[in-house]
Write a protein that binds this ligand. Structure first.
Ligand SMILES: Nc1ncnc2c1ncn2[C@@H]1O[C@H](COP(=O)(O)OP(=O)(O)OP(=O)(O)O)[C@@H](O)[C@H]1O
Ligand SMILES: [Mg+2]
Length: 488
């Protein structure tokens, strides 16, 4: 059975997080993880300053299923199944030693799968004290009044054939990233209640919601709903578009798995992250996938540990499923957030023309019909209508030209470029120097005021609501009152 339990499917990072959960549940304010490379004899240690265990408590802790999952737990307890310490450890190592000190008394017990396998009829032997030669690993505990060390040795699932110290270092990086994410709320801020050190280096939190970033697009008000198993709290976020972030911020914002994978709902239980994104099987008709266009949508969802059964929390603390009764509510909130995020993605962080109450004169119209969409130039756009009005005998040619432009919109190319670059192509003078915008503005302005006799004040007002100049209000306001006659 112990061998079978090794296959629960933990990653090393998730297994270590399960060990640290225990430390947090027993009031630890500091957890130190040490990774020591020594080939097949490498070892990992988790040391916490929680309240520790006495002999009998440690003996119980080493038992599988030592607590009934139906039991009510302390509000801040991150445990549920009475399994994690054992299942997480065995998923990575064959020897698990736990030493704990409480009220000055130290106890130490050890599971050793190799020793058990060597004597199949010997019963469930739990050994006392560290393995021979490993005594020094437990030295830190002798200086503590209370606390616990969890020691993993014979890490056969980590140090496999051909595994090198480089791989071990990569593993440490992955654990660091995972911890920065799953414990970010516990280790964040000056009054953080927990400090996690990885080989002596503090883990820096990764906040999926970029709280406090100046370019943050949108935060919803906090929504709460009462369920039979406690209160569920949701806060929806739309993150800033790439254009509003520095390359370093964009890189960091993507998180361990990158922007597309990290979109969606973040489920926290007692402020510890269980699920980092994805749409939890929600959707209208078909379940939503993680798609590029929605990558700026991230939703914080908090559940209490009284909701474990209803949310189908698993032993690894890496899945959660919303109860059926909450799905319509969550779907509504998520749909609204996704739509907002899609607009920010599509319009690269600028307000979408024609949205948000202001009516902007658009240059393009989309005609939807049964057979699909067509893109048409809007003849009401002030610049287009001015050209048509002043075209004279050229009018048929100008119309023919517009039709050619409409019929050759490079939609396939745009679509491919969007997919390949994970970004919509640049439009609306994005990234162009202001002179280029001003040059075009002046030409149009001169025609409005000079040829058509519109007052300079009205002309500016019109330009301020004309695509794409609605994003350049400063440049519009800066146009001279008397335009140059040649339009330059
Ligand atoms: N670092 C620790 N310090 C003090 N007590 C601990 C520590 N780790 C584990 N324990 C005790 O051992 C018990 C068993 O831990 P284990 O992780 O196996 O189960 P759990 O945390 O109760 O539930 P889950 O299976 O959901 O993690 C805990 O309930 C706790 O009482
Ligand atoms: Mg646990």
């Amino acid at each position: 059975m112990l061998e079978s339990l090794r296959g629960l499917g933990y990653t090393t990072a998730a297994a270590l997080a399960d060990i640290v959960d225990n430390s947090i549940s027993v009031g630890a304010t500091e957890v130190r993880l040490n990774f020591n490379w020594n080939g097949a004899s490498s070892w990992v240690m988790v040391l916490d300053n929680g309240w520790g265990m006495e002999d009998s408590e440690l003996e119980s802790a080493m038992r599988l299923g030592d607590r009934n999952p139906l039991e009510k737990r302390e509000r801040a307890d991150l445990g549920r199944f009475g399994m994690g310490l054992k299942t997480a450890s065995f998923s990575q190592c064959r020897r698990l030693t736990v030493a704990s000190v409480k009220n000055g008394a130290t106890s130490c017990l050890r599971w050793d799968l190799d020793a058990l396998a060597a004597k199949p009829d010997g019963g469930w032997l739990l050994f006392e004290g560290p393995s021979q030669g490993s005594e020094s690993y437990l030295a830190p505990i002798s200086q503590m009044k209370s606390g616990t060390i969890v020691l993993w040795e014979t890490m056969d699932r980590i140090v496999t054939d051909g595994y090198t110290s480089d791989d071990f270092n990569d593993l440490i990086d992955r654990v660091e990233q995972h911890f920065a994410m799953v414990f970010h709320r516990l280790i964040q801020g000056p009054s953080a209640r927990l400090k996690i050190l990885l080989n002596g280096k503090p883990v820096v939190p990764w906040d999926p919601f970029m709280t406090g970033h100046a370019a943050k697009t949108w935060d919803s008000p906090i929504a709460k709903t009462a369920t039979q198993s406690g209160i569920v709290e949701v806060e929806c976020h739309v993150l800033p578009h790439r254009d509003k972030l520095t390359p370093a911020e964009f890189d960091a914002g993507g998180g361990p798995e990158g922007w597309t994978a990290q979109q969606g709902i973040y489920v926290y239980r007692n402020e510890r992250l269980l699920v980092a994104g994805g749409w939890l099987g929600l959707g209208q008709g078909r379940a939503w996938n993680r798609e590029e266009a929605y990558r700026l949508a991230r939703i914080r969802l908090d559940i209490p540990n009284t909701a474990d059964a209803e949310w189908k929390i698993d032993i690894r603390k890496s899945t959660a499923r919303p109860p059926v009764s909450l799905r319509p509510w969550l779907t509504r909130l998520a749909e609204d957030t996704r739509e907002r995020a899609r607009r920010v993605f599509a319009y690269r962080g600028s307000p979408a023309p024609g949205l948000g109450g202001s009516s902007v004169e658009q240059a393009w119209r989309v005609e939807h019909s049964k057979s699909g969409a067509r893109y048409k130039i809007d003849e009401k756009h002030p610049v287009v209508s001015a050209v048509l009005g002043g075209a004279g005998e050229l009018l048929p040619m100008v119309k023919a030209m517009l039709r050619v432009v409409e019929e050759t919109v490079p939609v396939q190319r745009i679509w491919l470029d969007t997919v390949e670059n994970k970004e919509t192509p640049r439009t609306g003078f994005l990234g162009e120097p202001p002179e280029k915008v001003v040059a075009v503005l002046k030409t149009i302005y001169a025609d409005m005021v000079g040829r058509r006799g519109i007052s300079s004040d009205s002309a500016k007002k019109m330009l301020a609501v004309t695509e794409p100049f609605q994003n350049y209000l400063g440049l519009v306001a800066g146009l001279p009152d008397e335009p140059a006659q040649d339009g330059q």
